[in-house]
Design a protein around this ligand. Structure first.
Ligand SMILES: [Mg+2]
Length: 394
C-alpha cells in the first residue's frame, strides 16, 4: 500500500453570531492510498498556514508505505528542520498527517486506533464543558456533566463563587486564565490566592506560556493543581514543565502537539513525574477530539478531556460518527480506525473567512484593565501578600 495524495479541508468554525471567535477554523486532512483505503485527521496551530505546510510536506509522503508512522514522522521532522523551530505550525502539519495515518492503518487492519496504541485502560472518557456563569453551569450539570470550566479574568472570582455555590462541592470546577500577555506573574498569584478557597480541579495557564520561570513562580506560590501545555509543540515544548514538576496537569493540544505518538511520549514523560494529562480541545473540531478519545483510552495517567458542547452547529455536520456525551463521558468507539469520517459536502458549506482573532480594544487597554482588577483580587490582602515569595523557586 502506498500513499497517493493528501487533501485538506479548511472549515469556518466561527459562531454564527457577531463577535466571538470570528476567525476560528478547523483544518481536516485526508490521506489517500493506491488501495482505496484512506485516513482522516485534523490539524490546528494556525490552520490556514498549516494547510500550506501540509501541501509542502505532501511530496515527502507520496509513494511511501503509510503504516510506518514513526518513520514517516521522522522524515517530515528532518525535512523542515532547516526552517528553524517551527513550533505549532510545523508540528500542527505533522499532527494532521500523522493522525490520518493512524486512522488509515486502523482501517487497513480492521482495528480501532486505541488497539494500535496499546489497548484500552478504560471504556469511556470523562469530559468537561464550559460555563461563564452559574446559569449555564446549572444547565450543564442538569444534562449530566460532573466537571465544569470557567474562563478569563473578567469577573473570574465572582463567577467561580456563583458557580460553586450553585452546583455544590461534588462538581469538579476549573479556571482557565488563557495565559494573556497582559497578566503579570504577581497578578496571576494574587488571583490564584483568591481562587484557592473554591477547591479547583486545576488553575490553567495563569500566565502566558513563553516564560517557563513565570509559571514556576505561580506554581510554587499556590496550593492547587496547575495546568498548562496547550500552546506548546512536541515533547520538547513541555519537557521543562514536566521535568521541573512545575505543572500537575499537562494539556497538549491533540491537533498541534505533533501527533498521537508525540502525545503518547508526553504522557509517558508525565507519568514518570506523577503528572496527569487533560488534552486541550478548545479550538479543535470533532476529528481531533475523537483522536484524543482513542489515545486517552490507552494511557494510564489520563485525567479529563475538554469538550466543546454546543459551540457551533457545523460541529455536528462535518463529521460522521458523532459521539454522544452521557453522564459526562464519551464512549470509546470500537469501529476500525478513528471510527469517524469527514462529511465533505458539509465542509464546503462553511468556507474560511479569517484566520486571526481581532482584538476587542487597543492592546494597552488590556494591561491597564488588568491592573485595575488587581484591587479586587487583593481584597483578601493578608492571603494575597503572603502568597508571593520572590526567588522561592530558584
Ligand atoms: Mg486553555
Amino acid at each position: 500500500m502506498k500513499i497517493t495524495q493528501i487533501e485538506t479541508f479548511l472549515v469556518n468554525a466561527a459562531p454564527p453570531q457577531e463577535g466571538g471567535w470570528a476567525a476560528r477554523n478547523w483544518l481536516f486532512v485526508k490521506v489517500h492510498t493506491d488501495e482505496g483505503v484512506y485516513g482522516v485527521g485534523e490539524a490546528s496551530g494556525w490552520p490556514r498556514v498549516v494547510q500550506t505546510a501540509i501541501e509542502d510536506l505532501t511530496c515527502l509522503l507520496v509513494g511511501e508505505d503509510p503504516t510506518h508512522i514513526e518513520r514517516l514522522w521522522q522524515k517530515m521532522m528532518g525535512s523542515i528542520m532547516g526552517h528553524g523551530m517551527t513550533g505549532v505550525v510545523g508540528f500542527g502539519a505533522m499532527t494532521g498527517i500523522e493522525m490520518a495515518l493512524w486512522d488509515l492503518k486502523g482501517k487497513a487492519l480492521g482495528v480501532p486506533v486505541w488497539n494500535l496504541l496499546g489497548g484500552k485502560m478504560r471504556d469511556k472518557i470523562r469530559v468537561y464543558a464550559h460555563a461563564h456563569d452559574a446559569e449555564r453551569a446549572r444547565e450543564l450539570v442538569d444534562r449530566g456533566y460532573t466537571a465544569i470550566k470557567t474562563g478569563g479574568i473578567r469577573n473570574c472570582v465572582e463567577s467561580v463563587e456563583a458557580i460553586r455555590k450553585d452546583v455544590g462541592s461534588d462538581i469538579d470546577l476549573m479556571v482557565d486564565v488563557h495565559g494573556p500577555p497582559w497578566m503579570t506573574t504577581r497578578d496571576a498569584i494574587a488571583l490564584g490566592r483568591r481562587l484557592e478557597d473554591y477547591d479547583l480541579f486545576f488553575y490553567e495557564d495563569p500566565v502566558a506560556p513563553e516564560n517557563i520561570d513565570a509559571i514556576a513562580r505561580v506554581s510554587e506560590a499556590l496550593d492547587m493543581p496547575i495546568a498548562a501545555g496547550e500552546r506548546h509543540a512536541g515533547i520538547w515544548g513541555v519537557k521543562e514543565l514536566i521535568e521541573r514538576e512545575i505543572i500537575d496537569v499537562v494539556q497538549p493540544d491533540t491537533g498541534r502537539a505533533g501527533g498521537l505518538r508525540q502525545m503518547q511520549k508526553i504522557a509517558a514523560m508525565a507519568e514518570a513525574h506523577y503528572i496527569t494529562m487533560a488534552p486541550h480541545d478548545g479550538s479543535l473540531g470533532p476529528i481531533a477530539e475523537m483522536a484524543a478519545v482513542h489515545l486517552m483510552a490507552s494511557i494510564p495517567n489520563f485525567l479529563i478531556l475538554e469538550h466543546l458542547e454546543d459551540d457551533v452547529p457545523q460541529r455536528y455536520e462535518v463529521m460522521s460518527g458523532q459521539p454522544t456525551v452521557v453522564d459526562s463521558h464519551i464512549a470509546v468507539p470500537d469501529a476500525p480506525g478513528l471510527g469517524v469520517d469527514i462529511v465533505e459536502e458539509a465542509c464546503v458549506k462553511y468556507p474560511s473567512e479569517g484566520n486571526i482573532s481581532l482584538p476587542e480594544d487597543t492592546y494597552d487597554y488590556q494591561y491597564f484593565w488588568t491592573r485595575e482588577n488587581r484591587a479586587t483580587w487583593l481584597s483578601n490582602q493578608e492571603k494575597a501578600r503572603s502568597s508571593y515569595r520572590p526567588g522561592s523557586v530558584f
